[in-house]
Design a protein around this ligand. Sequence first.
Ligand code: SF4
Length: 350
Amino acid sequence: MNEPATRLNLLDLPAHEWREATSAAGLEPYRGDQLATWVFRQGVFDFGAMTNLPVVMRERLSELFVVEPPTIGQRFVSADHSRRYLLQVADEEFVEAVYMPNDSRATLCISSQVGCRFACTFCQTGRLKLQRSLSSGEIVGQVLRLLADAETAPTRTNVVFMGQGEPLDNVAAVIAAVRSFQDERGPAWSWRRITVSTVGLVPEIRELAALGAQRPRLAISLNATTDAVRSELMPINRKYPIEELLGALRDIEWRRREKVTFEYVLLHGVNDSPEDARRLGRLVRGLPAKVNLIPWNPIATMDYRRPSPEAIERFRREALETGIDVLVRYSRGADIGAACGQLQATNSAG
Ligand code: SF4
């Protein structure tokens, strides 16, 4: 962060390339693997603490490289034990990440940009405007920082790109980060454990699809069943309307047991009618889809309202009757501003 630009942040490279980086620095290639083990398996980022490397080598490494995940600005702990982090990526720049434990496992929600340019009307982050896109190292670093801060290492880690920013608006860095997560010498996570959520940027969805077996899971932020309402809620719909988006999804070769997730934030009087529920069923039928209904998480400065529990249940049943796989998901961490749509890099608890 405040270091001279000449030192390469190794997190910007997938772990298998660390061999080349250390070779270029005149060290044996296997030293790159040792470094990766320290960083990805032990959560150690300081070369000085890597005790199986000779002292002179540690000094040489510190001259050439850094392993610098974002630092923790603030941490908010929810009653449900999820933790929202304000992570510092540069002097005046913060992003948010959320750690959600679930028994021995954990799901980490990470950011891809500082702010966002898509201005979805129900989303707090959309009000921040885009400051900049994160590098792949800054994306990978969020995960490393949160894991290093966990009391016990989770037995299984899932990563979701659902924090600040539109991941596919920063598609090159997101793909590089996904590759880093999957790298055998790094965390070595399968595609099943990584989910990229998008508002529906069609060309970039096709770019992700071209990754083939390495493609992460996809989640689509749908939120409406007509172009009129969706364009109101999500201006990007004017560029990529619902049918075009669904067409891109129909072209994907889905893997065995894979499902594409559709996120649908339920807003009272906007998108929660029985007709919406039936249209939702018709739209996603034919795709290997599951639909998450997310009751709106109130944000003081917005006029939307959460539908009543009865209305939510009515909508769920109506959608279920169309034959689709549908669940109501209550966001975690709503009391600390960590729930869906609430992330905005605030330094208050909500
Ligand atoms: S929902 Fe996603 S794409 Fe839309 S404004 Fe919020 S962060 Fe941006």
